[in-house]
Design a protein. Structure first.
Length: 479
């Protein structure tokens, strides 16, 4: 009996010790996990610091980034451009026709801009690009006549001649291993647009679209200052011209043929995807805000708040997606981002019957705090925010893919040919969309966007976006 009691006591001691050991093991496992998480955070912080040091080691990057941020501070004003034209001439066919003509002009300019970008000093192209945008902003600020507005738009898209070289100027000097992070810094400068949007939202109820023009005047002046900064501080970047004794037209054809062969060999899948995406974008952007104002009775100050929220979400995600592409690869990141596109189109359609995703009292309460804040409880708000956030992320993915997979030689020509192929096929989208909306109704645009987005998403999931790398090696993207 005593033996049994002794054995039971020993068993209890063993059980107690096992429980204590298990508790210690659990505590050790927990501490190990905490250490792993801490190490991951520290590694991430070190990685960000290393990326910053690498991209900012080139002084030109700082100047180019600062002036680009000044430009980005005013880019979101263009989101209201179709509404501005609607206020002058309320016709989607008119707006679509202007967009189509301007798109064709810009696409043609971009095509020739590739050759210019690889043969002309790229510093000069970076300067001229900024000057052209300054002139556009000043003209929109000064004139309201539709003809002069068209001239201003023509001047703006003529910058496509210089943009290829201007973009190549910075892309050629970004370390490949940090290209996603570096390029996302440029688009992250859109956060400054919050200031511009707040001012527009405050002034619009007082002066209407006069405030829109006034902000363009201010933007034009600041862009002139940015032009001067680029003239003074950017380093010269001369390019190799055509071989002595060769004819200009032959050099132009031969160089573009070489660039086109490279483009088609390396990223054929991305070209096809971007063509369909651009067509869907023209439909969406042609009518989205007009649809909100006319059909859903949402005012412009509310839309301003919508775009401010978009920027607050967009900027940190831009920084994240750039590093995500660097670490996870293009295809998986592209799928994550593009999966949201058809959802945004579907929400905009549903908003006609279900305008609020929360009880109406929520919108009323929010509007009593800040006029227009109630839009955050609108279904259309979710649609637009998702669309604009993912558009910016998608553009970053495209640029990173081009930087990572294409050769450094002929960068400007490759960029110009890429966008030429994409834009020339999508340039008729606005006029087609305008005619369709006039013949049926404006909601037809978003139904077509939804269908196109589903097709694109399936293509990204099913097919590789690239085939060959810079040196011809296979770089399968499927993961």
């Amino acid at each position: 009996m005593k033996v049994v009691q002794k054995d039971d006591a020993r068993s209890d001691d063993i059980l107690d010790n096992d429980a204590a050991d298990e508790e210690l093991d659990n505590q050790s496992d927990s501490e190990d996990k905490d250490h792993v998480k801490l190490d991951e955070v520290q590694e991430e912080n070190i990685g960000i610091r290393a990326s910053l040091n690498a991209v900012f080691s080139w002084s030109n990057f700082r100047i180019y980034l600062a002036t680009a941020w000044i430009f980005n501070a005013f880019t979101y004003l263009y989101s209201f451009f179709n509404l501005y034209l609607w206020d002058i001439v309320p016709s989607l066919v008119f707006i679509g026709a202007i967009s189509t003509v301007i798109s064709i002009i810009g696409t043609t300019a971009r095509f020739f801009g590739g050759y210019v970008g690889d043969t002309v000093n790229r510093k000069n192209l970076a300067v001229v690009s900024m000057l052209i945008m300054a002139i556009y902003f000043l003209m929109i600020g000064l004139f309201t006549d539709p003809l002069l507005i068209f001239v201003a738009l023509t001047i703006m898209v003529s910058a496509e001649i210089t943009k290829g070289g201007s973009t190549a100027y910075i892309m050629d000097n970004i370390p490949r291993e940090h290209s996603g992070f570096a390029l996302s810094l440029f688009t992250a400068g859109r956060a400054l647009a919050i200031i511009t949007l707040v001012i527009f939202g405050i002034l619009y109820p007082i002066s209407g679209f006069v405030a829109y023009r006034q902000l363009h005047l201010v933007g034009g002046i600041l862009l002139l200052v940015s032009t001067i900064l680029r003239v003074i501080y950017l380093e010269s970047s001369p390019q190799q011209g055509r071989a002595a004794g060769t004819k200009l037209w032959k050099s132009f054809i031969d160089d573009n043929k070489r660039a086109l062969n490279t483009l088609l060999a390396v990223i054929p899948g991305m070209i096809i995807v971007c063509i369909f995406d651009s067509i869907s974008d023209t439909f969406f952007r042609l009518g989205a805000l007009i649809y909100m104002k006319v059909e859903l009775a949402i005012d412009i100050p509310s839309m301003v708040i919508m775009f401010i929220v978009t920027l607050l979400i967009q900027v940190p995600l831009l920084l994240k997606v750039g590093r995500l592409v660097d670490r996870k690869g293009v295809k998986s990141t592209a799928l994550m981002v593009y999966a949201i596109m058809p959802i945004s189109a579907a929400l905009l359609i549903v908003a006609y019957w279900v305008p609020d995703w929360a009880p109406l009292s929520f919108s009323v309460a929010a509007n009593s705090i800040i006029p227009g804040l109630g839009i955050v409880f609108k279904t259309s708000f979710l649609a637009i925010v998702l669309k604009y956030v993912n558009d910016a992320l998608w553009l970053t993915i495209i640029l990173v893919l081009i930087r990572k997979k294409l050769p450094s030689r002929d960068t400007a020509k490759i960029l110009s040919l890429f966008w030429f192929i994409v834009w020339i096929t999508a340039s008729f989208g606005p006029i087609v969309g305008g005619l369709i909306s006039e013949a049926t109704n404006i909601m037809s645009l978003f139904v077509m966007v939804f269908i196109l987005n589903i097709i694109i998403l399936g293509a990204i999931a099913r097919y590789d976006l690239t085939t060959k790398g810079e040196n011809g090696q296979e770089i399968q993207i499927s993961e």
